[in-house]
Design a binder for this molecule. Sequence first.
Ligand SMILES: [Zn+2]
Length: 285
Amino acid sequence: MTAPITFTLDLEDHRPDDSWPARYAPIMREVLDALDARNVTGTIFVVGELAEAEPALVREVADRGHEIALHSWRHIPLTAHTPESFREETRRGKALLEDLTGRPCEGFRAPTYSLVPASLFAVDVLGELGFTYSSSVLPAANPLYGMPGAPRQPFLWPNGLAEFPGPLAGVGPLQIPFLGGTYLRLVPRPALAVALRVWRHHTAPWTYCHPYDFDTEERFWWVPDSGRMAPLLWVGRRGIWRKLDTLLAHGAGPPLRYRLPEAVAGGVFDPASLDRPTVPPKVAA
Ligand SMILES: [Zn+2]
């Protein structure tokens, strides 16, 4: 049987600009009610700028029993940072969330799985700043970001930071993080049952959503970088709780900060091993 799946949500502002109504706060409160009704507590990754704009919402999420973790300060990919800018913004976000909740902020999730070989400096910075875990790696080739060769199970980086990689399912090279967001809304429920069997070996799977995944009344707009795929961001929102109920049917997993033993059990992964050539270089005759 699949290990219990932890509910996670990335609390971010998905509007094209400030002239549009901010819908994430009332939707987040509806999600909190739905989680209460199911007796589920999870990990909510909050964007720093949003926490600054809506401190009461962040406090409410924490008061209702959920873990508050950081989803970066500005929601830009890690690859757009220098180590210095990442350190400064991440320190600021962690301090703000700790101020609002009165609890240590232990977890970090990179925007769009952007912890890749080129942004590995983030692992050192997160360790320095006192984070205990990250949830930022997609361990497969992906058109946007990805770290093929990274373990699929939770693991430890050499500095002791735990990593909860995005759970994947698929066929051959096509490996997709079906457990959340648009993928979860699009995948038919029978396929979800098959995917759950694939995940039965995963020690700490997690699902992920965003407030917009639950927003059935948002007007359509062309989300940057989504191209012709943009309409898919609106598909299946009405049915998302049916999907989540399938995933959580056997009881939800605890917030990620309680799943560190699973990462310890996964052992240490040294990303230097990614750079090793898989084919021995030809020796000149
Ligand atoms: Zn995000």
